[in-house]
Ligand binder design. Structure first.
Ligand SMILES: [Zn+2]
Ligand SMILES: [Zn+2]
Length: 319
């Protein structure tokens, strides 16, 4: 019992730390021009080399499902935490953007993120809340041209839909094959999610730094067996779950998105198998506008059980 309380307390302190952390994180971003220091050899690290990224900084640039408005409020409008959610997206160490939907540039603008610092985009899948060609082109064009093209990583079907531009280099993600970038070992894992009737395989991403790692797991429900087999060998420091459905029962979207009961079941299993531990940060994103209560209520009910509902602008440092 005492241990449980300690865990709860630990999580509350964590939240206190991170809810005000955005400014500190964004202030530390390296603008695109400075990033010229990245050498070619850094890009071409042998896949067998050990990850060396020491710090892992996550900044949530959208935490909503597709039923949130595709247009973000103007920066002049004051927002309280979680009042509005952009389409799901997350920035890693200022340079790696996971997903690029229609609201991401506006959210970056609101949280003082310099899009010119983005060198790589990892795409989970091409649903329009995650994949917005105009925003991708805008980010590519914002880069200093002398630094080379923006690298856009995705599965083979998704890559076909990426705009052709000499400012964008298309990079193939093969499921289960680790590649290196910015000191991370990055592995695409198959998600239980479909894009219409296409052949596209939707991806989760597992990023491993020198000492910390995390799984970005949206969109999808449960874990496919192959993905589970991969995770069994890992100890995960942060889990970012698709939490589209909340507490609602009887929603047909459970076949491609999680509800909170499913998340609790998975956490329990991962805990029992020691894949996660009391220190693991369990974060919820991709929350539907119509299936969750207001954010302050979410925090009140979920934080005590160790679930952290993300909000736009939330930053998390793993160290
Ligand atoms: Zn989505
Ligand atoms: Zn989707």
């Amino acid at each position: 019992m005492a241990k449980d309380n300690e865990e709860k307390l630990g999580r509350r302190n964590f939240l206190k730390m991170t809810t005000s952390g955005t400014a500190a994180l964004t202030a530390g971003l390296i603008p695109g021009s400075t990033y010229a220091a990245e050498s070619k050899s850094d890009r071409q690290i042998n896949a067998s080399e050990k990850p060396y990224a020491k710090k892992v900084k996550l900044l949530f640039l959208g935490t909503g499902a597709a039923d949130w408005p595709g247009k973000y409020p103007p920066i002049s409008k004051k927002l309280v935490r979680g009042q509005v959610r952009g389409m799901s997206s997350m920035l890693v160490n200022g340079h790696i953007l996971i997903d690029c939907g229609p609201t991401v540039l506006d959210v970056m603008n609101r949280y003082n993120v310099n899009s010119a610092g983005i060198t790589d985009i990892l795409l989970t899948h091409t649903h329009s809340d995650h994949f917005h060609p105009d925003s991708i082109v805008a980010i590519a064009d914002a880069r200093d041209a002398t630094l080379g093209p923006l690298k856009f990583w995705a599965g083979p079907e998704a890559l076909k839909r990426v705009p052709n531009s000499n400012r964008i280099e298309k990079c193939l993600v093969e499921i289960g094959k680790t590649f290196q970038m910015h000191g991370f070992g990055i592995t695409g894992l198959e998600a239980n999610h479909l894009v219409g009737t296409t052949e596209e395989k939707c991806l989760y991403y597992f990023l491993e730094g020198a000492t910390k790692n995390f799984l970005y797991a949206t969109d999808g429900s449960w874990l496919l067996k192959r993905t589970w087999l991969y995770l069994q060998k890992k100890r995960v420091d942060a889990l970012i779950w698709d939490a589209t459905i909340g507490e609602s029962a009887g929603d047909s979207r459970i076949f491609e998105h999680n509800d909170l009961t499913m998340i609790r079941h998975m956490n329990e299993t991962l805990r029992k198998r020691k894949i996660i531990n009391p220190e693991t940060k369990i974060i919820l994103t991709h929350m539907a506008r119509t299936l969750h209560p207001p954010h302050d209520q979410l925090e009140k009910t979920l934080l005590p059980e160790g679930l952290i509902p993300a909000y736009d602008g939330m930053s998390v440092v793993l160290n």
